[in-house]
Design a protein around this ligand. Structure first.
Ligand SMILES: [Zn+2]
Length: 292
């Protein structure tokens, strides 16, 4: 979607220029020992620069790192997948970085003809676009995005805020459209193969002709590679949908990122009234949380 230079980058560049300028002025001052009057003028400039810089720095050692003193107030314009240094965030007010917005023209253009097609069941007005922060698998803070039904939008925003507060790791959160290969079911498979967390996708349940709860934006799939969908046959065997899914069928193996009843994701989603696909009887969908 929008490719804008982040505010963080702009601020860093500005601070870099200031550091270079101050270094130049100090050198000029040394030379100024041979030219006192010239030096006086330069020192006045030097004082102004240092005072200005000190005003903008909050660190104890007077480091001239202006950017450290300017935390981001919003991440709305930052692309999903952007990694942000914790110093750039006001983590005591992390709710600043969780937003719920109506589907604007940019998002509409991005999803139209892909995850969204005009239909009789769900309109754009029923959907909301969420920006969130999450920890990725390298435990770095990353921007995520999600489209859900407006009925669960505030719940989802709070859920991801609570997961973030617990430093819960989610590999990535991009709209399913990033992985679009022509239809909703196959695009979902590509999203899963990339271990992407997603929600809205106007599609049917794989292997059927009825709409998935993802089609209404009422379901979220979390870290799908470690939390596969398993449809068991009568003889106890199952269809293999994804690479290495066998590895994650033993749910008490304590492999990282597997959702269990003890996992914060299960506890937080169910606290907000969601049900978990890991509790289904006929099949298991360990990545899936939904609220009707
Ligand atoms: Zn699902």
């Amino acid at each position: 979607m929008k490719k804008r230079m982040s505010k963080g980058k702009k601020i860093r560049h500005r601070a870099g220029r200031r550091r270079r300028r101050i270094g130049f002025i100090c050198a000029a001052c040394l030379a100024g020992a041979l030219a006192v009057s010239a030096c006086k003028i330069v020192w006045q400039g030097h004082d102004r620069q240092v005072k200005k810089a000190q005003n903008s720095v909050k660190t104890s050692d007077n480091t001239l790192l202006e950017d450290l003193a300017v935390p981001l107030t919003s991440i709305k314009d930052m692309d999903a997948g952007t990694v942000i240094q914790p110093e750039k965030l006001n983590l005591e007010q992390s709710s600043l970085y969780f937003s719920v917005q109506e589907i604007d023209e940019d998002v509409f253009q991005y999803i139209n003809g892909k995850s969204y097609t005009e239909n009789d069941n769900i309109s754009l007005q029923d959907l909301r676009y969420l920006k969130v922060l999450h920890y990725n698998y390298d435990h770095k803070i990353q921007v995520g995005e999600l489209i859900v039904n407006k009925k669960i939008a505030d719940d989802c925003s709070h859920i991801f805020m609570e997961l973030f507060a617990q430093e819960y790791e989610i590999q990535s959160m991009y709209l399913i459209d990033r992985f679009w290969v022509g239809n909703g079911v196959d695009s979902d498979t590509v999203s899963i193969e990339n271990n992407n967390t997603s929600a809205f996708n106007y599609r049917v349940v794989p292997g059927s002709d009825h709409l998935s709860n993802h089609a209404g934006g009422c379901a979220v799939d979390l870290n799908p590679l470690q939390n596969p969908y398993v449809k068991y046959k009568k003889d106890g065997t199952f269809d293999k949908y994804y690479k290495d899914m066998e590895k994650y069928l033993e749910r008490d193996s304590n492999e990282p990122h597997m959702i269990t009843h003890e996992d914060p994701a299960y506890q937080i989603f169910t606290k907000y009234g969601f049900t978990w696909g890991g509790d289904w009887q006929s099949s298991k969908d360990y990545q899936h949380f939904e609220k009707k």
